[in-house]
Design a protein around this ligand. Sequence first.
Ligand code: CP
Ligand code: NVA
Length: 315
Amino acid sequence: MIETGTETGRHFLNLSDAGHDAVAAMLADAVARKAARATFAKGRVDDDAPLAGRVLALVFEKNSTRTRVSFDMAMRQLGGSALILDAGTTQLGRGETIADTARVLSRMVDAIMLRTDDHAKVEELAHYASVPVINGLTDLSHPCQIMADLLTVIEQGKPLEGLEVAWLGDGNNVLNSIVEAAGLMKFNVRIGVPEGYDCDAGFVARAQAAGAKITVHRDAVQAVAGADVVVTDTWISMGQAHAEAKLAAMAPFQVNEALMAHAKGDALFLHCLPAHRNEEVTDAVIDGPRSVVWDEAENRIHAQKSVLRWAFGQI
Ligand code: CP
Ligand code: NVA
């Protein structure tokens, strides 16, 4: 908890900063707010304008389409505004410390989102900031993405508790946050990842300790068998070197129609995007009837509005 003057703010670096009850409350808020503005133009402010006068700084050390546009639109819809800062053109890019950047931005804006490589950087920013800090993706985790994913699954009428989620491909930041969500929201993850590319063992251990079934499969069909939701992501994440050996190891884990046939008949397909079409997923699946990737992308706005309201102490 951080005192921001008028209210109590909170950092959102991982889903566990919020916990089960707050994640559930944010998802319920997102469902309600999305429904309430169903007929509005995209840039119209919500009737209650809960973040009127608030400014969010979006700091990017890596590329982004969805995260930058969705946070900007989220702030507009909440009645506030956003500043988009490419870190390379700020003094951060010339070596000003994260601590000093945190102190300065905290005097100028009401909240900070950071997309960066080393997760320790977002932790350091949060340590020195006196305003809420939100993780917009690190090499370790991508909690805002998973809030949108959970919202998308709920919208499709699938309760989270007991859900069987299959992950195919690389054991990366997005998977870490899915595993974390499994522990909090009581669903199971069947991880289909080639040997040597496993996700973070700490996230797995914590989710298992919380009662989620997290299983690792070296065979894609085994991972997907009977799944309610099938998820994949790029095989080469931002900041990783392009490696032929990795692509070859990932190839048997491609999500294609033959693999989807082993999931439940009504299984959903999710991908955080950007997709590398016909690498981790075929056109037929991402453009097919089970794919909800465009809802998932739009839901970044709706889910993050509720994350922002929670970070500002309104949820
Ligand atoms: N899914 C996601 O975070 O997309 P961007 O990299 O475009 O922000
Ligand atoms: N795992 C991907 C997610 C992109 C949104 C990456 O880190 O590049």
